[in-house]
Design a protein around this ligand. Structure first.
Ligand code: PLP
Length: 482
């Protein structure tokens, strides 16, 4: 590492990125390239000799940026946001700069200790129950993604139950969630060896705004018990991916508790909102949960990746995931004086990710973060109103956080044509390059998802985006494109 070269190139790179942000609105939000475009632009093999930073940055401008979908654009409204920020960026840079691998305490004590402290800070901001704090048996850990968070708690729960009923019972284990739960749960079941026919994705509908009904859970659990199966894991969601449905945690948790089922709460997207006292109600009942996750990399100004997981019983995790090879043995670990995060996750190696969350919390402070969230929710409410005022459109589910789910209304109750028209509208809007939205289906309806949450988004961006959607819709209706 040549420090002076780093200084020179680093400054140039920061300038490049700052200029990117200054001009971000000039790019089509969704990349418009065709599959395989880059193969034609780059050489067949790596260079034999060094090239200059200028050459590489020129290629980034000419060849890479056209193939980039601009997630940080103020008119990126697809999926869920993946926030970047100055603080998050600086933390990421510092982490890369220090270049440590903090798998065990001794491999970089500050990495483990800062992670514990920052997760305690956030647990307090979310008003999570004390058992999730690191001072007792619980604690928080940063995973790469919510998918990994769900996988590790599923494995912990699986091993816990198998320790008491015997390993042969694996085929009897049953998992519960709603049909709105993120697909990462099913993937986790596949990896953990849970039989897919034992995964109960319980049906939801518009009568509960797609939240899981406790009666559905109770009924399914009773049926499985009667059949000699072993209910062992329930995943509730606060803010589902399709429509931000909120499962009734307290009632679900009660059923889980009385049946010794591990209760996990996935608040990957909406958890961030719950630092605001007025939205904390959506976490009511989290005290009945065994584990809880939220993605700071979605809507909390912390660059990807930074998924936060809290558990009440860290030993359930470590019993399932610990390894103790000779080459990693050290005194503090052997004496049980420290946390070794390698035993709370799938990989061994881990980055110093707490730095960026720490930077975000310190450089912005909780009050700024709350205002940031509230502003997006207000923008979503304003958009919801605009949608409801337009007779060509309808709001499909009430907007709770910063997602608006809507569609063009059917003509003459023709749902099939309506779905096609909305699909065409999605493509027309996204091909314009002016904004990027995504879709889902709810009760067979093709629904457009408009998720507000990019740090640069202001009211004018939402209004202009809505105008584009209205124009494209009018064109489709006038030309009777089905
Ligand atoms: N859970 C929910 C509710 C989500 O919305 C998502 C992604 O959008 C995930 C889990 C998966 O997140 P990740 O990409 O961090 O695995």
């Amino acid at each position: 590492m040549d420090s002076e070269q780093l200084r020179e190139y680093g400054h140039r790179m920061v300038d490049f990125i700052a200029d990117y942000y200054k001009t971000i609105e000039t790019f089509p939000v969704r990349s418009q390239v065709q599959p395989g475009y880059l193969h034609n632009l780059l050489p067949e093999s790596a260079p034999d000799h060094p090239e200059t930073v200028e050459q590489v940055l020129d290629d980034v401008k000419e060849k890479i940026l056209p193939g980039v979908t601009h997630w940080q654009s103020p008119t990126f409204f697809a999926y869920y946001p993946a926030n970047s920020s100055v603080a998050g960026f600086l933390g990421e840079m510092l982490s890369a700069g220090l270049g440590i691998v903090g798998f065990s305490w001794v491999s970089s004590p500050a990495a483990t200790e800062l992670e514990m402290i920052v997760l305690d800070w956030l647990a307090k901001l979310l008003n999570l129950p004390e058992q999730f704090l690191s001072k007792g048996n619980g604690g928080g850990v940063i995973q790469g993604t919510a998918s990994e968070a769900i996988l590790v708690v599923l494995i912990a729960a699986r091993d816990k139950v198998l320790r008491s009923v015997g390993k042969k019972a694996l085929e009897k284990l049953v998992v519960y969630s709603s049909d709105q739960t993120h697909s990462s749960l099913l993937k986790a079941c596949q990896i953990a060896g849970i039989h897919l026919e034992n995964c109960r994705m319980l049906k939801t509908d518009s009568s509960t705004n797609y939240a899981l009904r406790p009666e559905s859970l109770q009924e399914a659990v009773s049926k499985d018990l009667e059949a000699g199966l072993i209910p062992f894991f329930l995943c509730g969601t606060v803010g589902t991916t399709s429509s931000t449905a909120v499962d009734p945690l307290a009632a679900l948790g009660k059923i889980a508790k009385s049946n010794e089922i591990w209760f996990h709460v996935d608040a990957a997207y909406a958890g961030s909102a719950c630092i605001c006292p007025e939205y904390r109600q959506y976490l009511d009942g989290v005290e009945t949960a065994d584990s809880f996750n939220m993605n700071a990399h979605k809507w909390f100004l912390t660059n990807f990746d930074c998924s936060l997981l809290w558990v009440k019983d860290q030993y359930a995790l470590t019993e399932a995931l610990s390894t103790n090879p000779e080459y990693l043995k050290n005194k503090p670990s052997q004496a049980n004086l420290v946390v070794d995060y390698k035993d709370w996750q799938i990989p061994l190696g881990r980055r110093f990710r707490s730095l960026k969350l720490w930077m975000v919390l310190r450089l912005y402070g909780a009050e700024t973060l709350k205002s940031y969230i509230r502003n997006h929710i207000k923008l979503a409410k304003d958009l919801e109103q605009l949608v409801s005022q337009d007779p060509n459109f309808e709001v499909v589910t009430p907007s709770i956080f910063s997602l608006v789910c809507f569609r063009m209304v059917p003509v003459d109750n023709d749902e099939k044509t309506c779905n096609n028209r909305n699909r065409n509208l999605l493509e027309a809007v996204n091909s314009s390059g002016k904004l990027f939205i995504s879709h889902t289906t709810l009760s067979g309806k093709f629904v457009l998802r408009f998720a507000i949450g990019a740090p640069l988004t202001e009211a004018k961006h939402v209004k202009e985006a809505w105008k584009v959607i209205q124009e494209k819709a009018s064109y489709l209706l006038a030309s009777q494109v089905k």
